[in-house]
Design a binder for this molecule. Structure first.
Ligand code: AMP
Ligand code: MG
Length: 360
């Protein structure tokens, strides 16, 4: 029985209970019931109008523009809480701000850290091991050398890269509870911190009575719950070729992270150098992918793994996703939109002539 027929049946049953009442009582009852059904109808229409227009806010945090949206009665409260939380996380995880906790840890090399910094470090180390070091939070010396941390881009010397590589490698880092020992390494959480923020955003949305919330944290998407009325969120997957989109996804209750060379780069001597470093070479990853997108309930996982897949390239990414059941969309140089782990189920539309949908 559909929801509509169930509703009709319930209405009939309700109507049937009036049959035993006298004519006058029935008439008064009818007027009252009419009044009481009109008021909720107006309230419903009013709240439906409110629901169709989400509240939104824009902030600049974690070195990127972020857009937050929320529907329903508690939307304002949710946005305020989420903004505060993102700025708080920035003060913990920034590698460049002298006020941040991570900055102090990089400087001292060891010590007791807050439970949240300890948590993101241990998740990063676990994902570094899982991805065979393609995602490695200890790439900071290389990022600094290439000038990606301070936006003072330069192509370093081979000797400089070799020296920086000496200080990269997660195996030297140890985290025992909240005690962290870097052993000469330095951490950069730029490949996972927005995922952590997305997870916190989802947590805040789940605690709130708002009617659905959505965040675009500089390319890291958190689609918390659904849109009002149970509708899924429609998310555009950016085309790595520039303006426009490659596909439209239809999702609810997930995080989506995309990594690509087009997001941050500089040019020197006619060559393009981007911000995703291959920790095994010390150079920007020579990926045969234009972008790698991961869809997962965990923002941390989606964020770190999308960075790793980009570094790995197509063949290793396909193998990794199959082995680990990762839901991913890889955009290849020959414009295939390669779906893995059932990602095709989320695709509502592919941007026509340019991209071809393939299931791997
Ligand atoms: P994403 O945009 O999530 O792919 O992450 C890119 C950011 O992560 C860069 O701006 C760096 O801060 C950092 N990063 C670059 N290469 C790596 C890597 N191989 N592993 C971990 N983090 C990286
Ligand atoms: Mg990432």
């Amino acid at each position: 029985m559909t929801a509509k027929t169930l509703y009709i049946k319930a209405q009939k049953e309700k109507h049937g209970t009036l049959h035993g009442t006298s004519g006058r009582v029935r008439c008064v009852f009818f007027r009252f019931s009419l009044l009481f059904s009109i008021i909720p109808l107006f309230l419903c229409l009013f709240s439906a109008c409110r629901e169709t227009a989400p509240l939104s806010s824009e902030i600049y945090a974690m070195d990127t523009y972020m857009e937050l949206k929320a529907y329903g009665g508690e939307a304002e409260d949710l946005l305020e809480k989420a903004e505060k939380e993102i700025f708080r996380l920035e003060r913990l995880f920034s590698a460049t701000s002298a006020e941040s906790e991570l900055y102090r840890l990089n400087l001292s090399g060891s010590g007791a850290v807050s439970p949240e910094l300890a948590e993101i470090i241990s998740v990063s180390l676990a994902l570094s091991r899982k991805t065979g070091g393609a995602f490695d939070p200890s790439v900071r010396p290389l990022l600094r050398l290439w000038g990606f941390t301070e936006d003072e881009f330069r192509v370093p010397s081979e000797a400089g890269i070799a020296a920086a590589l000496e200080r990269v490698g997660d195996e030297r880092i140890s985290a025992d509870g909240t005690e962290v020992l870097l052993n000469g390494c330095e951490l950069d959480l730029g490949g996972i911190a927005k995922g952590y923020a997305a997870d916190r955003f989802a947590g805040i949305a789940a605690e709130s009575l708002c009617g659905g919330a959505f965040a675009n944290l500089g390319g890291m998407i958190c689609a918390a719950g659904t849109k009002p009325g149970g509708e899924p969120w429609r998310v555009a997957l950016q085309s790595p070729l520039g303006e426009g989109y490659a596909a439209v996804l239809s999702v609810s209750n997930v995080c989506i992270s995309t990594s690509g060379a087009y997001q941050r780069f500089f040019e020197s001597g006619g060559k393009r150098y981007h911000h995703i470093i291959d920790p095994s070479t010390g150079f920007p990853a020579e990926s045969d992918l234009l972008s790698a997108t991961v869809i997962d309930e965990s923002g941390c996982f989606a964020d770190a793994v999308s960075t790793a897949l980009f570094v790995m390239g197509e063949d290793a990414s396909v193998k990794f996703c199959r082995q680990n059941g990762v839901c991913a969309i890889l955009i290849t140089e020959d414009m295939r939109l390669l779906c893995l782990g059932g990602a095709e189920d989320f695709i509502e539309e592919v941007s026509g002539e340019t991209f071809t949908l393939c299931i791997g």
